[in-house]
Design a protein around this ligand. Structure first.
Ligand SMILES: CC(C)(COP(=O)(O)OP(=O)(O)OC[C@H]1O[C@@H](n2cnc3c(N)ncnc32)[C@H](O)[C@@H]1OP(=O)(O)O)[C@@H](O)C(=O)NCCC(=O)NCCS
Length: 192
């Protein structure tokens, strides 16, 4: 059982914590499942060196944003099992009140409502503690589970987006994707 000490976020079933320099193998393993990477790379794993040599970037981001934003490891609170990650973060040099919501979970953790549960709590944190004005997320049009998550937490499509150049090999790239957003006002209206 994980304690709440030093966690970034705690929901009914999931605990988010900052990644450490020794978490590289967890991310390597997560990205080695072609099903997880299907709408990100077309199924190709992320080169392990990217994580093995790059964990300090995640740590530097916590420092840059005073621990308020970044990419956080997710654990099932009861079992302590690593289930993937969530991010809530501004663009690198962008305004602190416009932040991206993202998530990537191990296949074993799909379909249990974890993504929806944690995303909902991240929106609450963003709008009630972190002075955020807009949360956004983008997903490919074939990635229906991801769209369901955003819709279930109240985000709405604001426009179509083109597939980035480096993702043109991904299945469905020709269909592009969607940008979802929710503003503080929209969130407040859903949580009177
Ligand atoms: C996207 C992802 C995080 C969703 O996680 P999850 O924990 O399974 O999501 P939830 O259990 O909260 O379910 C969200 C919704 O998606 C639906 N869903 C789950 N799998 C689905 C599938 N294969 N097809 C259609 N809908 C699906 C669920 O039924 C639920 O909607 P509903 O309650 O309206 O039925 C997970 O699929 C994942 O990690 N995918 C790989 C990485 C990825 O694509 N990340 C997003 C990039 S934009």
């Amino acid at each position: 059982m994980l304690t709440a000490v030093s966690s970034y976020l705690q929901t009914d079933r999931v605990t988010l914590r900052q990644l450490g320099l020794d978490d590289a193998e967890r991310l390597v393993e997560l990205d080695s499942d072609p099903a997880v990477m299907r709408y990100l790379t077309g199924g190709e794993p992320t080169p392990p060196e990217m994580y093995r040599d790059g964990m300090h970037h995640f740590v530097a981001a916590y420092e840059r944003w005073a621990g308020n934003f970044g990419l956080f490891a997710a654990y099932e609170s009861e079992s302590g099992t690593f289930i993937g990650w969530f991010c809530l973060r501004p663009e690198r040099d962008g305004p602190l009140d416009q932040v991206e919501l993202g998530y990537r979970l191990r296949q074993a953790a799909w379909g249990k409502g974890y993504a929806t549960e944690v995303s909902s709590a991240l929106l609450t944190k963003a709008f009630t503690e972190l002075d955020v004005r807009t949360v956004w997320g983008e997903t490919m049009s074939l990635n229906v589970p991801s769209q369901h998550v955003m819709e279930k937490v109240g985000m709405v499509v604001v426009r179509d987006v083109e597939t980035p150049e480096d993702m043109m090999a991904v299945e469905g790239s020709e269909l592009g994707g969607y940008r979802y957003e929710i503003t503080r006002e929209q969130w407040v209206a859903l949580h009177p």
